[in-house]
Design a protein around this ligand. Structure first.
Ligand code: F6R
Length: 364
């Protein structure tokens, strides 16, 4: 049931602190400061390449994970949307791990890609929310998310749980390959363990986010910008907005704006900039200022320091809790989800059952 919530989507957004904590319990031992993984019956140390394949929101979780696999484990990662994967005739060599991410575990494109990778001799790992699904059954290594049933068509809590699993798995691969010191492992576990409280703190800004949504309701187009592991969040924010509010939205890598899309900027196009403070902040802010210099109206989502430093000329700012960059993609999922949600509610669309969409896409 929806409980006290008006829509399943809202209920599921609010469940995130609990379900992420629940998921993390299977992947980290907080007190010991250790990653804990389901046993793999293959040799993780032999993995020399990871190929990530998924669709939609699950694909964006994979894009974030690519940063983590490369950063922690120094293993090269290839990533594709499932509907494109087979047709580019990917080079899949021995020692390759193919990683599929899916809430439902039934998405036809992802399943076809999984079977293709299996044929090509890849070891198959699956991050899936439905433990009885086809993908779960076909995995060599099953990495379940424990988000519970997701009813709203727009994926929310599955996404943050996928990120939690993927961060732990990337750290685990790094450890298996001897590329993670005990100290680094403890640090990663500590940051991940901080995610549920940080998600709670982000949810506390719901009313502020609702007020910002009023600035977007009448827009025809909205752009989302992010950099590094927060670039996929820009894509996710745009996907959420378009699928439930039917407003045209695009996500771009912040630094890519100047290569074309900046031509779209005028005062009628709100630009949502996702920029937690951290090593990439200054670069993203200079991209944001390029937008502002052309009359663009910016909604900056950052933390207290970021908003202090760069919030001055913005149409609106949203202040998230200050978190380690590792968990920023989880925490910043909350404002992009809530922003889309409140815009859709204000427009009066069917939030849980958007037009033309189904919860699980079982055709290729
Ligand atoms: C977006 C959304 C879809 C799904 C995609 C993959 O809110 O729900 O983009 O993420 O259809 O579905 P799964 O994860 O079930 O494979």
């Amino acid at each position: 049931s929806k409980g006290n919530h008006r829509h399943y989507m809202l209920k599921e957004i609010y469940e995130q602190p609990i379900v992420v904590a629940q998921t993390l319990r299977s992947y980290v031992r907080r007190l010991e400061g250790e990653i804990a993984m389901p046993a793999a019956d293959f040799d993780l140390t032999a993995v020399n390449r990871v190929t990530i394949v998924a669709c939609g929101t699950s694909f964006y979780a994979g894009m974030v994970a690519k940063y983590w696999f490369e950063q922690f484990a120094r293993v090269p990662v290839d990533i594709d949307v499932a509907s494109e994967f087979r047709y580019r005739e990917p080079v899949l060599e021995p020692g390759g791990l193919a990683l599929f991410i899916s809430q439902s575990g039934e998405t036809a494109d992802t399943l076809a890609a999984l079977r293709h990778a299996r044929q090509a001799g890849q070891t198959i790992a699956v991050v899936v929310n439905v433990p009885t699904s086809t993908m779960a059954r076909e995995a060599d290594l099953l990495l379940p998310t424990h988000a519970g049933p997701e009813i709203g068509v727009a994926s929310t809590k599955a996404f943050t749980c996928q990120l939690a699993v993927l961060a732990a798995f990337a750290a685990n691969l790094a450890r298996a390959k001897g590329r993670l010191s005990d100290e680094e492992e403890r640090r990663i576990v500590r940051h991940l363990s901080e995610a549920p409280a940080a998600l709670n703190a982000a949810l506390a800004y719901d009313e502020a986010i609702e007020a910002v949504a009023a600035q977007i309701v009448n827009a025809r187009d909205v752009l989302y910008l992010g950099r590094g592991p927060d670039y996929p969040l820009a894509l996710e924010g745009a996907l959420k907005l378009k699928e439930i509010s039917y407003i045209h939205a695009e996500g771009y890598a912040a630094g890519e704006m100047k290569h074309g899309p900046i031509a779209l900027i005028d005062e009628s196009v709100p630009v949502v900039v996702i920029a937690p403070s951290g090593p990439l902040f200054d670069k993203t802010v200079s991209n944001m200022q390029e937008v502002q210099a052309r009359g663009g109206r910016v909604i900056l989502i950052s933390d207290y320091d970021g908003v202090e430093q760069a919030g001055e000329n913005c149409l609106a700012t949203l202040t998230m809790p200050k978190v380690h960059p590792l968990i920023a993609p989880l925490v910043y999922a909350v404002p992009v989800q809530l922003l889309a949600y409140h815009v859709a509610v204000a427009k009066g669309t069917d939030v849980d059952q958007p037009r033309n969409l189904a919860k699980s896409v079982t055709v290729e």
